[in-house]
Design a protein around this ligand. Structure first.
Ligand code: F6P
Length: 472
């Protein structure tokens, strides 16, 4: 029977070393939360890094065995690889470049070499596990070279690639000293998926300008093969979020939070710590709301969850300080004994408590300056079982291409953001419900299962088409 091997840098679980051995908890980030519901079907396996450094062979064997029981196969990274491949090339070169933060990007030859070496390491791990009939589905910017490496070893293999972050304009890609190699790496796949048509067009334009390969209807002809690019907006496990929000546990948590918060309206913000998420801009907009509309003082609170991430990378540490300072300043200026403008948490929350927060929120403020998709927006929608609540969404999140019934804003236009908040807090219940019903219909229909099916069916179809052309 053929299986699908999902390959991503991070596994959907991350390990911790304790006195009793290794313990595991769910990873953060859209890839893990999104695909976590689908990978265990049909003997599939997820190949990736378990999130900590394990160098002792005996310990590696122990972790491998623990993960095998949950259909996962670890790729171990050394401390140096974590520094140069993960924090270095992946998160200090590719991440800022692909999110239009070129000013933060570094261009280190040693980081590039580590990136190549780790992609090769993943290649060896996949070749050990994958049979000739298996489909290999590679995910995200940490593994852009992997499809071509696999192709060289297994010319007939079925290989899909999906990019979970934006693909930027050619002007950004050409700045990278290794742009052409990265594109060639991606072209090793049979099918390359993006969240939006915009990202797909940027990719095709970069392939044409940097590699001189034209495309027609999303098909790129390399010297030896046809590669297809297409848009597949990722969804969530809608049922799981809707059920969690309706559960007795979520109701109980919500009651406790409500008692603590009193009657204030709640604006919710949830992100990994990242400069692409627009967290500081959001805080400034909330401050301006309290200045411009004093009627909201004492009547609305921002609940802001920031999940720790990549804190060894300089810009992330600096952003954390900026956020701490902004929250401190705004709270010091506006709080009173009975009310706090901002409730700020720097940690991850268990799913049951998250469900309660989504339930309670009057407004979700999802305002990244750049975001591949943003699944928090979709999780909020799925959790609104009474269809009350307003989503304010950045037009620069991939999700904005689908979620036209949200209040769409430009995240750098603070004035517009303030007016959107004011409008959302005043929105009549009927309008909230009309908008939310439309949003729910869409997010429910195109859930993560539909997304997986669409991608994998398309991959099978494009493979069959190639084989037919080859034998004609
Ligand atoms: O969705 C983008 C993404 O970078 C994933 O590839 C990643 O797993 C997630 O966000 C979280 O980032 P990290 O793995 O660096 O913690």
């Amino acid at each position: 029977m053929s299986r699908t091997l999902i390959v991503s840098n991070r596994l959907p679980t991350k390990g911790q070393r304790t006195a009793e051995g290794f313990t595991f908890q769910p990873s953060e980030g859209s890839l893990a939360t999104g695909l976590g519901s689908v990978y265990q079907a049909d003997g599939n396996v997820w190949v990736g890094w378990p999130g900590l450094s394990v160098e002792e062979p005996a310990e590696q064997a122990q972790v491998t065995e623990q993960l095998r029981q949950d259909s996962m196969a670890p790729v171990f990274l050394t401390e140096d690889e974590i520094r140069d491949f993960y924090e270095g090339f992946s998160n200090s070169t590719l991440w800022p470049t692909f999110h239009y933060f070129s000013q933060y990007a570094t261009y280190e030859q040693a980081h590039w070499e580590a990136y190549v070496a780790v992609n090769e390491k993943f290649c060896r791990a996949v070749l050990e596990l994958a049979g000739p009939e298996d489909t290999v589905w590679v995910h995200d910017y940490q593994l852009l070279l992997l499809p071509e490496m696999l192709r060289q070893q297994r010319p007939e293999a079925t290989i899909g690639f999906f990019l979970h972050i934006p693909f930027p304009s050619y002007e950004l890609v050409r700045v990278l000293p290794w742009g052409a190699q990265l594109l060639r790496g991606m072209l090793g796949a049979d099918l390359i998926g993006f969240h939006t048509f915009g990202y797909m067009h940027h990719f095709l334009s970069a392939v044409s300008q940097l590699l001189g390969l034209p495309s027609h209807n999303g098909q790129v002809e390399t010297r030896t093969r046809t590669v297809l690019a297409d848009a597949f907006p990722m969804g969530i496990d809608y049922g799981r979020y809707a059920e969690a929000a309706a559960s007795e546990a979520a109701r109980q948590h919500a009651r406790t939070y409500r008692q603590a918060l009193g009657h204030t309206r709640i604006v919710l913000s949830i992100d990994r710590l990242d400069y692409s998420k627009g967290i500081a801009q959001r805080l400034r907009a909330f401050e301006l709301l309290l200045q411009r509309y004093p009627e909201w003082r004492g009547r609305v609170s921002l609940l802001m969850l920031v999940v720790p991430s990549r804190d060894q990378v300089a810009q992330y540490a600096a952003l954390k300080e900026e956020i701490d300072e902004l929250v401190g300043r705004i709270n010091a200026q506006y709080s009173n004994i009975a009310w706090n403008p901002i409730h700020y948490f720097y940690r991850s929350f268990p799913p049951g408590e998250l469900a309660a927060l989504y339930r309670l929120a009057d407004v979700a403020l999802v305002t990244p300056v750049r975001d591949g998709m943003n699944l928090v927006a979709k999780e909020f929608i799925a959790s609104k079982t009474d269809q009350r609540g307003v989503l304010i969404l950045s037009e620069r999140a991939g999700a904005a291409q689908e979620l036209a019934d949200a209040l769409l804003i430009n995240p750098t236009d603070t004035g517009q953001l303030v007016e959107a908040l004011h409008e959302a807090l005043h929105m009549p219940v009927e309008e909230q419900q009309t908008r939310m019903a439309a949003l729910q219909a869409l997010v429910q229909q195109y859930d993560v299962f539909a997304w997986t099916r669409l991608f994998l069916d398309r991959l099978t179809y494009s493979k069959i088409k190639q084989q037919t052309l080859a034998t004609d």
